[in-house]
Design a protein around this ligand. Sequence first.
Ligand SMILES: C[S@@+](CC[C@H](N)C(=O)[O-])C[C@H]1O[C@@H](n2cnc3c(N)ncnc32)[C@H](O)[C@@H]1O
Length: 211
Amino acid sequence: MYTCCPAGESANFHRSRAISAFITREITPQTGHVIELGPGTGVFTTKMIERGVRPQHLTLVEYSQEFVERLKGRFPGARVLSMDAARLQDLKFPPETSVGAVVSGLPLLTMPVGKVMEILEGPFRHLRPGGAFYQFTYMSKCPVPQSVLDHLDLNATQVDRTFRNLPPAAVAVCAQSGLKPITIESGPSNGSTRVATKPASRIQAWQSPPV
Ligand SMILES: C[S@@+](CC[C@H](N)C(=O)[O-])C[C@H]1O[C@@H](n2cnc3c(N)ncnc32)[C@H](O)[C@@H]1O
């Protein structure tokens, strides 16, 4: 029998929704401008717009030309750039732009350390003091190597960890050491997205669970 929503696709859809709610949960219109790295089809982008971020306050950095065309069609108000996220230091913003967050769906753990260094270094030239870099991961270890954090004088905290997704997912928040992260208004976790969260939204430092 034909079904318009096969079980696998439905599960993927719900998982994508849960992950997008999870990684963007600290993003609000007060965050200011947001740079998204590796938006793909725009799952996180959609969630940020649902959270009240204006498309004009989004810069989407995507490597794949195919995704770039789709993103331009889906989010006509956003700035969509076809480029390597490792070249972000070359990017220009109008002087009044206050970049409050970078949201990344890039597969950092599959990349060489030098590339991860470039990907992290660029955004921190644009982020305002207290701005943060949000990186999604399925792995238990921090997705940003300690050598990169040390070199750029950043610290990584773990927002939370979902347990209803298989495999479990986590978000690392990288910020400049010694700077208090931007004040965030975060609502209660939304049962409809099936994101299981711990009550404390920030753990003080990235801690991998015991194996
Ligand atoms: C795992 S997908 C995530 C897509 C999206 N966030 C989601 O959850 O559906 C990673 C995306 O990053 C893009 N990407 C990979 N390396 C990149 C790079 N160096 N610069 C920009 N985009 C990159 C890929 O083309 C892909 O769209």
